[in-house]
Write a protein that binds this ligand. Structure first.
Ligand code: CAA
Length: 375
């Protein structure tokens, strides 16, 4: 057992950190095309995709290191990259036919296409199996009707993995996954939502009105879409855990640097401030170990639903708590203007909500724990 990064992972971590510090800008209220273009130039939009499909052939763990470093500078860019990779590109890599892979994977991996994931609905967020968007078999393939909400990169993405049911009475076993391209007739995208944070990331509703897709756009088998979504979300949640790490670090590093600068000026730093830093930096290490362990399990192809849920829950709860508690360590006049801690807090809050709320993560964890102890 080794709790240190390998020399290769450590070198890439430094590379990602320097890149993010030097090249990326916090997104503000506009979709961060410039950040994405720079990342694509480095191959970061397809880091864990095999080289034969246009990616960099890196392992999942390296991708997790990347998400953390990007999110430390711009959490909007972090979530766009995480969704694009874990639930926008991996669906094709894991479940696509040869023809589907040839059509989409190289473009996604090179960052020429942006991927998105359309599962949530107004009445089916946490209870994803209750989704009502319908798919009807027709001669040309399938006819899709319904709507989705809170779609990350809605309107900006080129390809959506969309979940619809052939027969709602079958519950989760009626659900199918479809690949739907931007601009397909019958697809309408609402304007971006006004959100508390992550202002650079577009979050929209999608509407499908008699949208026709060919049978060759079905991803995986009919009725297997729900399990496909759940297994993708296991990986996705590890990415959001890494986003939580990046955000927690942003709050903690800014605050530690500020307190250290006060010491240099000969000012006092209270014991309360020191204890707060001690608690939060310790929990950051714990969050990192949970996240890295979940990533390593996924890398090895081992079951990781429980570990992914633990990492997502712990790291994103920490991101919010670190921002709130660090705000108290800054002087009151810092509350005015463009105060970065506010941005970190507002960006962090939604990480407790998307890719499965942290209540759902606790449900996944406790179900698995109880299963282990059930005689
Ligand atoms: N991997 C593979 N298969 C899985 C699985 C997993 N991790 N979890 C469940 N399944 C399979 C089960 O084996 C079962 O298959 P069978 O029917 O063959 O037995 C089937 O899926 C149904 O499983 P459950 O009975 O456990 O399903 P459930 O209805 O009780 O739901 C849940 C479980 C955990 C609550 C699930 O609904 C869930 O995760 N909800 C949250 C949804 C979510 O995370 N949404 C995020 C949206 S995407 C997003 O946020 C991205 C973004 O923009 C940032």
């Amino acid at each position: 057992m080794d709790f240190c990064l390998s020399p290769k992972h450590a070198a890439r971590q430094i590379e990602f950190r320097e890149f993010a510090d030097r090249e990326l800008q916090p997104a503000g209220h506009t979709f961060p095309r410039d950040n994405l273009r720079k990342m694509a130039g480095r191959g970061y939009m397809g880091l864990p995709v095999p080289r034969e499909w246009g990616g960099q052939g890196e392992d999942f763990f390296t991708y997790i290191l990347l998400i953390e470093e990007i999110s430390r500078i711009c959490a909007s860019t972090g979530v766009i990259l995480a969704v694009h990779t874990s639930v926008g590109t991996f669906p094709l890599l894991y479940y696509g036919t040869q023809a589907q892979k040839e059509r989409y994977l190289p473009g996604l991996a090179r960052g020429e296409l942006l991927g998105a994931f359309a599962l949530s609905e107004a009445g089916a967020g946490s209870d994803a199996a209750a989704l009502r968007t319908s798919a009807r078999r027709i001669e040309e393939g399938y006819c899709i009707n319904g709507g989705k909400v809170f779609i990350t990169s809605g309107g900006e993405a080129d390809l959506y993995t969309v979940f619809a049911t052939l027969d709602q009475s079958l519950g989760s076993r009626g659900i199918c996954a479809f690949l739907i391209e931007k601009g397909t007739p019958g697809l309408t995208v609402a304007p971006p939502e006004k959100k508390m944070g992550l202002h650079g990331s577009a979050t929209t509703e999608l509407q499908f009105t008699d949208l026709v897709v060919g049978a060759d756009q079905l991803l995986g088998e009919e009725g297997k879409g729900f399990a496909l979504a759940m297994s993708l979300l296991d990986g996705g949640r590890i990415g959001i855990a890494a986003q939580g790490l990046g955000l927690a670090r942003a709050s903690l590093e800014a605050t530690a640097a500020y307190l250290a600068s006060r010491l240099e000026k000969g000012d006092q730093v209270s014991q309360w401030a020191r204890f707060t830093l001690a608690d939060l930096f310790s929990r950051l290490e714990a969050a990192r170990l949970l996240t890295y362990r979940a990533a390593l399990l996924k890398e090895k192809g081992q079951p990781c639903s429980r570990e992914a849920a633990m990492a997502k829950c712990f790291a994103t709860d920490l991101a919010v708590e670190a921002a709130i508690r660090c705000i108290d360590l800054w002087p009151p006049d810092e509350y005015e203007g463009e105060y970065p801690l506010f941005r970190y807090f507002c960006d962090a809050k939604v990480t407790q909500i998307y890719e499965g709320t942290n209540q759902i993560q606790r449900l996944v964890i406790s179900r698995d724990v109880l299963k282990t102890f059930h005689k």
